[in-house]
Design a binder for this molecule. Structure first.
Ligand SMILES: Nc1ncnc2c1ncn2[C@@H]1O[C@H](COP(=O)(O)OP(=O)(O)O)[C@@H](O)[C@H]1O
Ligand SMILES: [Mg+2]
Length: 250
C-alpha cells in the first residue's frame, strides 16, 4: 500500500450531551508530517481514534485515498492495520511482556516478518531510541520516558505507511524530545509514510511539521504551513502559537 492521503469529511462525535467533534474536515497529506494541535480536551485524541478506526463517528467519513475506513469489513481493517503504526497517548504497553517482546508484537501478530529479522529490527530501533541492550528488560522497571520510547519503537517495527503519534514527546526531557522529533523526520524521509502527530509542543510543531491543523471548538480552525501559522493575525491562532500557555495546552 502506498502512503495514503487521508481525507476527513464532516466528522461528528458526541459523548452524551457533549459534542466533541462538530464537523471536522481536513486532509492529511501523503508522505508528509501532518500535525494536529489544539486545547487540552479539545478532541485531538478522539479524532486520532477515528482516524485509526478505533472509534466510529455519529456521522461523517474518513477516506484513505478512495477507501472509506468505516465501510471496511473486519478483514480489510486487519489488512489496513498492517500498514498503520500507532502510538497512543497513554503508551499502552503490555506489562507482562519484555521490552523486546512489546516492540516485536505487531510483527508477530501480523506474521509479516521472519523471527530473526524481527529481533534484529527491534534491537536496532531500541538502539536508535537510546535503549540499547534493553530487549529483555521488563516493562515494569522502565521510567515513563523509557516506556514512551518503547511504544514509539513498537509503532515503527513494521515500517508502516501511515503513522499516528499521540503526544510523542510529552513526559520526555528536552534532549529526548529532540531525539524523537528527529526520528519522526528521519522515518518520514526514509519510508515516505503519511505521518500524523498530535502535539502540544509548539516549537517542535513549527520546526518539523509540513502541515498544521488547529482544532478549535470541535472544528478545524486553521490548516496550513508553519509559516501560515507564524504570520497569522488571528487571535485564536496567535494565542496558540505565542500565548502564555502555548506549551501547556496538552
Ligand atoms: N470514551 C469517551 N467517553 C466519554 N467522553 C470521552 C471519551 N473519550 C473522550 N471523551 C471526552 O472528549 C473530550 C475530548 O477528549 P480528548 O480527545 O482526549 O482531548 P485531547 O484534545 O486533550 O486529546 C474530553 O472532554 C473527554 O473527556
Ligand atoms: Mg489527547
Amino acid at each position: 500500500m502506498p502512503a495514503p492521503t487521508i481525507v476527513v469529511k464532516d466528522l461528528k462525535k458526541s459523548f452524551g450531551e457533549q459534542m466533541v467533534l462538530k464537523g471536522v474536515n481536513l486532509t492529511l497529506d501523503s508522505g508528509k508530517i501532518n500535525f494536529i494541535i489544539g486545547r487540552s480536551g479539545g478532541g485531538k485524541s478522539v479524532l486520532l481514534k477515528h482516524l485509526t478506526a478505533l472509534m466510529t463517528p455519529d456521522s461523517g467519513d474518513i477516506f484513505y485515498d478512495l477507501f472509506s475506513i468505516f465501510r471496511a469489513n473486519k478483514k480489510e481493517l486487519f489488512e489496513l492495520r498492517i500498514h498503520m503504526g500507532l502510538l497512543f497517548q497513554e503508551g499502552a504497553l503490555f506489562d507482562s511482556l519484555s521490552v523486546g517482546e512489546n516492540v516485536s508484537f505487531p510483527a508477530w501478530y501480523h506474521r509479516t516478518m521472519k523471527a530473526k529479522d524481527i529481533k534484529e529490527k527491534a534491537s536496532e530501533l531500541l538502539k536508535d531510541l537510546g535503549l540499547e541492550g534493553s530487549f529483555t528488560r521488563s516493562v515494569g522497571e522502565l521510567s515513563q520516558g523509557e516506556k514512551k520510547r518503547v511504544a514509539i519503537a513498537r509503532a515503527l517495527i513494521l515500517e508502516p505507511q501511515v503513522l499516528f503519534f499521540d503526544e510523542p514527546t510529552t513526559g520526555l526531557d528536552p534532549l529526548l524530545s529532540g531525539v524523537v522529533d528527529e526520528l519522526i523526520t528521519e522515518v518520514g524521509k526514509r519510508t515516505g509514510a503519511t505521518i500524523v502527530v498530535v502535539s502540544h509542543d509548539i516549537a517542535a510543531t513549527l520546526t518539523i511539521a509540513h502541515k498544521i491543523n488547529l482544532i478549535h471548538d470541535g472544528r478545524v480552525f486553521l490548516s496550513g504551513s508553519p509559516e501560515d501559522f507564524k504570520i497569522s493575525k488571528d487571535e485564536v491562532v496567535k494565542e496558540f502559537i505565542f500565548g502564555e500557555d502555548s506549551n501547556k495546552a496538552i
